[in-house]
Design a protein around this ligand. Structure first.
Ligand code: NAD
Length: 305
């Protein structure tokens, strides 16, 4: 199949590489020339804009930071819709709000094209191994045609319903995952400042309702090791929560927990941490409170007990 890919960042680059490995012809575009050059080295063809990607492809994948980038890349001047043939499909895999997803999909359908929404779950490691979770929404026939491309990138596929439902699922998922992460950093920082050790808190919380995947899996791999190298950038996590809070407002209520998480991340961004992994939120708190929330040797736990 002739496939196009726009947005070759932390997630998009390994996802595009897996489409190549799947045996498809690939044409790519990113506003970063270096990002394009890396994929060209792996066997892709470079395009100068979205229109050229569309013209060279049956199916175009978009993996961009925010809703406005998707609108611009697909519907803007020199966008994908100007090049893609009738019957062509855009697979939108970024985390954007369901409203934008439906609006872009409607505009494509008015031109005889289709949009399948398939935002992704898990991490850049899973993007590299082609084992992402895919949250798929759209018209069933278009989804069926998109499946050979989707299969190159993910293993756990969930069909969420009609257009926009994949993005609704992802937005809901990330509101929860990110607010849990922010709550963890707040609680652990308070605990350490109050004289507890991380090991003791982990041990106790493992037996209570406080236990969660961020605490069990994500934080021991990054935050507790002092590692905030790019993985899931704070600016993106903040965008996800903001989109969910805005959607809540449109539904007529204020998502106060989400707004608190958003405020925390905006504080980090104001300190220049926007491109760092969400682990950096913990380091911001450490600095403010004069503490360290790091993994200690096992003996420390025995001592604390
Ligand atoms: P990123 O910032 O690393 O990459 C985005 C890429 O898009 C960059 O290479 C940038 O140059 C390019 N770009 C931006 N605007 C463009 C435009 N108008 N035209 C062409 N290229 C453009 O982001 P990422 O971490 O790869 O995330 C991409 C999307 O996936 C986001 O919506 C994010 O929220 C979501 N997501 C990220 C993760 C993660 O762990 N990083 C996990 C799941 C979902």
């Amino acid at each position: 199949m002739k496939v196009g890919f726009i947005g070759l960042g932390v997630m998009g680059a390994p996802m595009a590489a897996n489409i190549l490995k799947g045996g498809h012809e690939l044409t790519v575009y990113d506003r970063s020339a270096e990002a394009v050059a890396r994929l060209v080295q792996a066997g892709a063809r470079a395009a100068a804009n979205g229109r050229e990607v569309g013209a060279a492809s049956d199916i175009v994948v978009t993996m961009l930071p925010e809703p406005q980038h998707v609108e611009q890349a697909v519907l803007g001047p020199d966008g994908v819709a100007e090049g893609l043939r009738e019957g062509g499909i855009v697979i939108e895999m970024s985390t954007i709000d369901p409203g934008t997803s439906r609006r872009v999909g409607d505009a494509l359908r008015a031109r005889g094209m289709e949009l399948v929404d398939s935002p992704v779950g898990k991490t850049s490691e899973h993007a590299a191994t082609g084992t992402l979770t895919l949250m798929v929404g759209g018209n069933p026939q278009a989804i069926e045609r998109a499946m050979p491309v989707l299969k190159c990138m993910g293993t756990d596929t969930y069909f969420c319903g009609g257009p926009g439902t994949g993005h609704a699922m992802k937005m809901t998922n990330n509101l929860l995952a990110t607010t849990i992460m922010m709550a963890n950093t707040e609680a652990l920082a308070i605990g350490i400042k109050a004289g507890l050790t991380l090991e003791l808190m982990q041990e106790v919380m493992r037996t209570t309702m406080a236990w969660n995947q961020q605490l069990a899996v994500a934080m021991p791999k990054k935050a507790f090791l002092g590692d905030d190298s790019p993985g899931f950038a704070i600016r993106l996590a903040c965008k996800d929560v903001r989109l969910a809070c805005e959607a809540a407002e449109q539904m007529g209520f204020e998502a106060l927990v989400g707004r608190g998480a958003q405020k925390t991340m905006e504080e980090a961004m104001a300190q220049g941490l926007g491109d760092r992994d969400t682990a950096a939120i913990m380091f911001m708190r450490e600095k403010a409170l004069g503490i360290e929330v790091r993994q200690q040797p096992a003996e420390a736990l025995k001592k604390a007990a």
